[in-house]
Design a protein around this ligand. Structure first.
Ligand SMILES: [Mn+2]
Length: 289
């Protein structure tokens, strides 16, 4: 394949990132994992699961994909070479075979399982969770670099540690749900330790779960000194702005949207005080019909 490849542009999921790391052994060029695709103009690149329909244009590039509903000539009118094989469960496997690259079978299978959401092996379960714990912050360059160097053991260790983080957040979410209590007839609350990063992460998941069954949910952040503040949310047709207004009169800064907002105590308050203030703020809120 006679191509002037200046960069590798890849999808940012496990399959795309591992595929990019493998291909970087062939083309020693910068890797890119764009989150916004629509405006991209790509030239002289190897594109992994990045196809012309998703970006502004692609020219003089190699396009590698295993998702295909259409067929392409080997070279299209824009000078792109297509390597398209829908028989592959993952683009990383396709890349490994196409360029005869070392790709341990345990990893090959795990990436295929993750990419098809069919988690059987312990490794694929670990990878799935390691990604889910923070998809946005997934360290794509670092992961691809480890793949490029064949540092599978190190990559596995990293993924295992991330999975443990995920497990801790899940555990904490259960704990927070377990201690949620009614505040008014329409609302529930729970408290969480603001200094604990697992509880901080879990408070968001716990709120989402509680919102499914309760009209109003309040998460209260507790610090050593007392109440730091909190979040109020609803998925019903309830206007929370009146509650923020009430809380501002009670010594908090408070504001936000109609359906979600927050409050911070200007001076440390005890939990009892804050619960009293919240009760009076939420008491008269009704679902509008
Ligand atoms: Mn894929």
């Amino acid at each position: 394949m006679n191509r002037n490849i200046l960069r590798i542009v890849a999808h940012g999921d496990w399959d795309g990132v591992v595929g990019a790391g493998l291909l970087a052994r062939v083309y020693d060029v910068p890797l890119e994992f764009p989150l916004e695709l629509a405006d991209l103009v790509i030239e002289d690149a190897a594109c992994i699961e990045i196809t012309p329909g998703r970006v502004s244009s692609i020219r003089n590039s190699i396009i590698i994909d295993h998702h295909a509903t259409e067929t392409h000539p080997y070279t299209d009118e824009k000078g792109n070479v297509w390597i398209l094989n829908p028989e592959y469960r993952a683009v990383s496997s396709l890349i490994a075979d196409q360029w005869s690259l070392e790709f341990p079978s345990e990893w090959r299978t795990a990436i295929e399982e993750v990419d098809t959401a069919n988690l059987n092996s312990p490794l694929s379960k670990t990878l799935w969770k390691a990604y889910r714990v923070d998809a946005k912050g997934f360290p794509r360059q670092k992961v691809a670099e480890m793949v490029k160097k064949g540092e599978w053991e190190q990559l596995g260790k990293w993924a295992y540690e991330k999975k443990e983080e995920y497990r801790k957040v899940e555990e904490k979410t259960k704990e927070l749900l377990g201690k949620s209590t009614n505040l008014t007839s329409e609302s529930v609350y729970f408290t969480f330790q603001f200094s604990n990063r697992w509880e901080r992460g879990a408070s968001k998941d716990a709120m989402l779960l509680l919102e499914e069954k309760n009209p109003i949910v309040v998460a209260i952040a507790v610090e050593e000194k007392g109440i730091k503040g909190g979040t109020i949310a609803t998925r019903r047709n309830i206007d929370l702005t009146k509650a923020y207004e009430h809380l501002r009169k009670k010594g908090y800064t408070s504001g936000g949207h109609r359906n979600v907002g927050g409050f911070q105590a200007l001076k440390p308050k005890t939990l009892e005080q804050t619960l009293r203030d919240l009760k009076s703020a939420l008491e008269n809120l009704k679902e509008e019909t």
